[in-house]
Design a binder for this molecule. Structure first.
Ligand SMILES: Nc1ncnc2c1ncn2[C@@H]1O[C@H](COP(=O)(O)OP(=O)(O)OP(=O)(O)O)[C@@H](O)[C@H]1O
Ligand SMILES: [Mg+2]
Length: 241
């Protein structure tokens, strides 16, 4: 479904993403981990059209070349992301936020009533329906993160990219969130590519994990394999992981 080949992204002399290759298949949950500054967010930005990779890099989704496309065009093909710093429309209600995802993420034009209907459905799915009429800016952080996920789902994506969606949450909130992420795949058939530093969250859900270090992919394996990978333990996980 997503194919990334020979993708490099430089900022001046800094190679933030260094010749990375991988694929994500339909119905997979794939984790992306690695130290701060490893290039994880930059890789997301390169996939979603915020940056172009250096010449020669390939990013394809369902056989379509994403490299020349803008972010909104990529979204319409079914690749939707959330942000490391949560971004909801503070002055809009929770329902309006969710409905906005339906309007901006769809290939055909969506009527307001249809957008609201889809918004309601995703809020129900996420467990935010009781907050539909609340101003989004008034929500606590865990709820804002749920809303960001709901807004992404309202766009009816085939693949969602989550950038540290579990950070700043309590263990109980993380459990709810990981359960939701599993249901996104199991009940909605959406694939997930998930950057996370909280290992308990990602290791329990991901089918496969990719590890970046200084821009390079240093490992790709099942969670169990990653925990035992010496290079990963040394670069990132530490001895006690
Ligand atoms: N727009 C930019 N301009 C210049 N340098 C950048 C830019 N974005 C990221 N970088 C640099 O690229 C490197 C990779 O950053 P990136 O944000 O992708 O890391 P990350 O793996 O997401 O880290 P974290 O876990 O802290 O979020 C860092 O050295 C960072 O300073
Ligand atoms: Mg990041």
């Amino acid at each position: 479904m997503l194919e990334v080949d020979d993708v490099t992204k430089q900022f001046g002399g800094l190679v933030a993403v260094d010749d990375v290759d991988f694929e994500i298949g339909e119905g997979e949950i794939v984790g992306l981990i690695g130290p701060n500054g490893a290039g994880k967010t930059t890789l997301f930005n390169t996939i979603t059209g915020i940056f172009d990779p250096e010449p020669g890099g390939v990013v394809e989704f369902d056989g379509r070349n994403l490299v020349e496309l803008d972010t909104h065009e990529i979204a319409r093909l079914g690749v939707i992301r959330t942000f490391q710093i949560v971004r909801v429309f503070d002055e809009m209600t929770v329902l309006e936020n969710a409905a906005a995802g339906a309007i901006f993420g769809s290939e055909e034009s969506v009527s307001r009533s249809e957008a609201r209907e889809r918004g309601r459905e995703v809020l129900e799915f996420i467990g935010l329906a009781d907050k539909a009429d609340v101003e989004a800016g008034a929500l606590p952080i865990a709820r804002k993160k749920q809303l960001e996920l709901a807004r992404a789902l309202a766009a009816e994506p085939k693949l969602v990219l989550l950038d540290e969606i579990a950070s700043g949450l309590t263990p109980g909130e993380i459990e709810t969130l990981t359960d939701t992420i599993r249901r996104i795949r199991d009940e909605r058939g959406v694939s997930v590519f998930w950057i996370e530093h909280i290992m308990d969250a990602i290791m329990g859900v991901a089918d496969r994990i990719i590890v970046l270090n200084s821009g390079e992919k240093i490992a790709e394996d099942t969670p169990a394999g990653i925990r035992e990978n010496e290079a990963v333990v040394e670069a990132y996980l530490g001895e006690e992981a």
